[in-house]
Design a protein around this ligand. Sequence first.
Ligand code: ADP
Length: 439
Amino acid sequence: MRRAWRREWRRIAYVLLLGFLGGWMFEAPRLGLIVAISLYVLYNLRLLQWLAQWVESPKQVELPDAGGVWGEIFDQLYAMQRRNKKRKRKLASIVAEFQASTAALPDGAIVVSSRGEIAWFNNAAQALLGLRSPQDNGQRIANLVRHPRFADYLEGEDYEHDIEVPSPLNEQYTLSMRLIPYGEGQRLLIIRDVSEHKRLDLMRRDFVANASHELRTPLTVLRGYVEMMEPEAQGDGELRAWRAPLREMAAQTVRMEALINDLLRLARLEGDTVAPRNEPVDMPSLCERSIEQARHLSQGRHRINADIEPRLWLYGRESELQSIATNLVSNAVRYTPEGGDITLVWSELGNGAVLRVRDAGIGIAEADIPRLTERFYRVDIGRSRASGGTGLGLAIVKHALEHHDAQLAIDSVVGEGSEFSCHFPAHRVHRERARVVNG
Ligand code: ADP
């Protein structure tokens, strides 16, 4: 560019010199200079006009071979144009490749604009939702997937979890949908057919429920015989030698019964949907019943306290809420050494409610806490079994809480005790009005 400027200055000097000499020959050097400068300005204006036309329609206008600074500018503009074309081609091929690969994805993918309209979709989405190309481009996605759960999901901001909705083409099929926000308000909707997975899950659940149910009858027979023989073994009769084995058999049948009951309860919980939101459950009475159960289990070995908000009720399923409280207090009793304190608190927290079961028991190491709600996860298997545990209690609690849109929080210090808190959201809370007693 510097060389071009040097040439330009030289050109200006020649023009001025020519103007001056030409004018001088006619004894008017000043006029010659003015004419030369005007011609130079006109020449520049013409090139500027040329450039403006080129910028407007670069395909129709060709820039002249101007030399000097203009020539350099024109050359650089052409080089820039070539580079841009190359970049455009490269981007177009990347987009084409991306579209081809997403089109081949087994999962449906739909680009949803900030206004909720379909901007693009792949073949799988077309097949899963019955979309038509190109008619459905620009259609509102909520008009095509008309399920209240999907409408809530689309309107809300919580895209952490996916949702399951029946397929709009066939109610028998279940689609899992997940929105992934990106850019400015755009979202990518990923759709997967989970019908097969759901079917297998249902089969597994049915199998566990049926197997548990089938085991119940033979176990009842066995227990009956063991109970019949036990008193015989206490005396000096023939069964005297079987005293210890019969006691062990009785204990094991009780344990098996507890296991079968918990398995059945868990299978039932998995089969049930969200608990009703219009049936208020008397939580204060339910908590009192759990306290009674805890006292019965403890047999006076612990100090059991309760702090229960008398008018705080919950919308939900009574049997499941009872399961939550019973499991938590029975764990507190089983994992707290003699003389320890156990407290149940039922109170308001913000607009919601919280059920806390606190104990001064053995506590749980931090590393074990995230795994406690897994089926059959026990910190100490021997201790759990010895105290009559099935390893399913907290899994039942977790499922029952999910049905009530509630969360479980566990705080614990090894050797000091634990606190299990169930947090219920505001929409589950029902406040009973104080009853007016007449007379
Ligand atoms: P289990 O029938 O074995 O008690 P749960 O699912 O109720 O099964 O609990 C899982 C494990 O969590 C227990 O085995 C025990 O190790 C631990 N746990 C549960 N509650 C308490 C508690 N209050 N204090 C200490 N550990 C506990």
